[in-house]
Design a protein around this ligand. Structure first.
Ligand SMILES: NC(=O)c1ccc[n+]([C@@H]2O[C@H](COP(=O)([O-])OP(=O)(O)OC[C@H]3O[C@@H](n4cnc5c(N)ncnc54)[C@H](OP(=O)(O)O)[C@@H]3O)[C@@H](O)[C@H]2O)c1
Length: 333
């Protein structure tokens, strides 16, 4: 799969030419991108892998994007070029940023997306901060405003978003309940701060378990990224006036929402998407809060699988088969 590096004209990147399984990902040599006005170019050291990348590859997300296409949505590395209007002092800085097409040796992004990294934060850890961290942050601070003592149920609790959401919810004083599919994942969720963890597979339903650990009342907030297979139990697990935030469909889309079903407990259902245009100041606040928390050790990125860029297919296979914990990262030489 390894394509030879041609330093004069091209870079190595992971592209797909058709929609399909992990095997459609190919290491190829393509032209170097150039930083446009207001942009920088990053020499990528580590690219974050996200569940959405697998959905894009399967055609469930961004289906109209022309192919072939380089995958990716975030990169950590060193700025090596600035476009018109960008301060040249960015060159040489260690940074992380949301950057599309980051499964590559070089990626471009707006200078406004950059977060400078201190020396002691590794590129791999940084590559796990933004897509999943911003999502977790906005779920807890923007979509919901979690308060001390609130009970929060987090599905896929040992996943990338899940482990970060647990840590952030604990800083707000929440009581965190998580669901996971294995004992190994349960241990990681507890290590991240979860107070109670449900492991799928037993006779008890998630909602009965939630009732039991909350003394019958249910939770104030559910963060649901699993969709089809968790939707009904998420609604059943809510306390009166509770809030379900939907933000993913790992098991498939949930059933159509029946507003009638919300009346009995006066429930609220909302959705969150990181690509919704966010107020710039709010996004800066979230990015800087996450960067600061990572730098001073209050927030940890659990690196579950770190493989070379040429192993993108394996990274996708592992992520889609629920075999990963925490963050999946592609290391770029
Ligand atoms: N709305 C947004 O802007 C946004 C942004 C980022 C991520 N997301 C969504 O958030 C979710 C988590 O993303 P992530 O990148 O951090 O992934 P992840 O949580 O590390 O991996 C997905 C996890 O989902 C759980 N899962 C449950 N049913 C599954 C199924 N049928 N197939 C595969 N996985 C299943 C698995 O955990 P268990 O085995 O423990 O159940 C799996 O490990 C994804 O649904 C993603 O699309 C949304």
């Amino acid at each position: 799969m390894k394509a030879p590096r041609r330093y004069d004209a091209g870079m190595r990147a992971i592209r797909y030419h058709e929609i399909g399984g992990p095997d459609v990902l190919r290491m190829e040599e393509v032209s170097d991108p150039t930083a446009g006005p207001g942009q920088v170019r990053i020499r990528v050291k580590a690219a974050g892998v996200n569940f959405a990348d697998t959905e894009r590859r399967r055609g469930l997300y961004d289906a109209a994007a022309p192919l072939p296409r380089i995958l990716g949505s975030e990169a950590a590395g060193v700025v090596d070029q600035v476009g018109a209007g960008v301060d040249s002092r960015w060159i040489g800085k260690r940074v992380v940023a949301l950057a599309l097409q980051s499964y590559a040796e070089l990626a471009t992004t707006s200078v406004d997306e950059l977060l400078e990294l201190p020396e002691h934060v590794s590129f791999e850890e940084a590559a796990g901060l933004l897509v999943q961290g911003l999502t977790a942050w906005h779920l807890l601070f923007t979509s919901a405003q979690v308060r001390k003592g609130d009970r929060v149920l987090i599905h896929a609790a040992a996943g990338g978003v899940g482990l970060l959401a647990i840590q952030l919810a604990k800083t707000l004083g929440a009581v965190v309940l998580g669901t996971v599919s294995s004992e190994e994942k349960a241990a990681l969720a507890r290590e991240a701060g979860a107070d109670e963890v449900f492991v799928y597979g037993g006779a008890e339903s998630v909602s009965d378990w939630v009732k039991q650990v909350t003394g019958g009342s249910g939770v104030e907030l559910v963060l649901d990224s699993v969709g089809a297979s968790t939707w009904a139990s998420s609604l059943e697990s809510l306390a009166p006036f509770g809030h379900l935030v939907a933000y993913g469909n790992a098991s498939g889309p949930p059933p159509a929402l029946e507003v009638e079903a919300l009346y009995a407990k006066s429930l609220k259902v909302s959705a969150y998407w990181l690509r919704t245009p966010h107020p710039a100041a709010l996004q800066r606040q979230a990015r800087e809060a996450l960067g600061q928390a990572l730098a001073d050790g209050r927030l940890r990125v659990k690196l579950g699988l770190v493989v070379g860029l040429e192993e993108a297919t394996r990274a996708h296979q592992q992520l889609e088969s629920r075999a990963t914990v925490g963050k999946v990262v592609l290391r770029v030489a």
